[in-house]
Design a binder for this molecule. Sequence first.
Ligand SMILES: Nc1ncnc2c1ncn2[C@@H]1O[C@H](COP(=O)(O)OP(=O)(O)O)[C@@H](O)[C@H]1O
Ligand SMILES: [Mg+2]
Length: 372
Amino acid sequence: MKRPTIGVLTWREGKRFAEPAYFRRLLRAGQELGSTVFLFSPKDVLAQGKQVRGFILDANGNWQARMFDRPDAVFDRYRYTPTQAFKDYVAFRRTSNFLYANNRLANKWRVHEVLYRDERMHRWLPETFLYNRANFVKMLGRHSFLYVKPLNGTGGRNILCIEKTDQGYRLLGRDRQRSKISTVVKQVDAVLRYVDRWTRAEKYIVQQGLRLQLVPKRAVDMRLLIQKDGNGDWRVTGHGMRVGGERSATSNLHGGGKAMPVQEFLRPRFGDARTVEIVRDCEQLANQTAESLENHFGRMVEFGLDIGIDVNGRAWLIEVNPKPAREVFREMGAVQQYKQAISRPIEYAMYLARTKGQEEKEKKYAKLASRR
Ligand SMILES: Nc1ncnc2c1ncn2[C@@H]1O[C@H](COP(=O)(O)OP(=O)(O)O)[C@@H](O)[C@H]1O
Ligand SMILES: [Mg+2]
């Protein structure tokens, strides 16, 4: 069989790419696996997709353009930015008919709605509503701790949390530039005004706040990576705990969080047996989430899940990232997992290229049939 070609769809301006360091590793992984991986952006697709201008590395490690035939499969790594280029990409995804390893996922609210329809997911989902004043007031009556987050936010931006305390309401957050905000407001009216102002520019959700302070004064959560492997099956590649900066509302590594191995973190707090249970529950959560989302949104290749482990050891799904970073493994020095995290999507794309996506469909039908 001919060497499969895998296109990686991403943002490009000249020879600048969105994630150059990751893409270098991805191209190298492709080569080791026996495929040709190239980068392209929507504007590089010519002749209705029969020809694609692809970018690869030359012998000196510089980006070089070359014309390719239609790739055998495409890994979509185009990440959200509030720009016209992103809108063009969305339009492109609607009309292009490559064999995609992954579909697009919806915003935080839509994802919650879809998962909530699956009853098996309920025990892991924090109570969540679309933000408006009425829903916020309702949630404030039900929980003493709330999060307000933009539907399309990433990296811990524009997140605000509100905690009822004896002194009033403590507001803690990160603004557009990810700068920390911290203030105490006495009157509930002032809180409502503050949150209204905070949420003015875009749509938000309001979510039950989880008690994740396994380390005093720090937000701690788990990042779990679940990916398809070279047989088209979901596999948990690995996980790590992210420990946020002191008095930070978020644990994102971008915002100053630190990574450490999950077991090492949980054992001193919960003991051996409970730690095993918690990790198993997180893996079950991940498999269920992947299955449920794929049933609704179509084929997917990987998810980075933000999972909250509360002070009682209960796991909660905080966020699903369809185009996740892998840095948590590198931060922890988990070399093997880091390598797999990079190569698995290529292995899966190669599997798709080989089977044209047919085998996977059959497996899915067989699974559904066995459940009836
Ligand atoms: N409901 C919540 N309860 C407790 N902490 C939360 C909650 N929602 C978010 N966080 C904290 O904020 C971080 C960022 O929130 P997330 O929903 O993942 O948004 P982003 O897209 O910005 O990463 C989480 O990783 C977690 O540390
Ligand atoms: Mg997140």
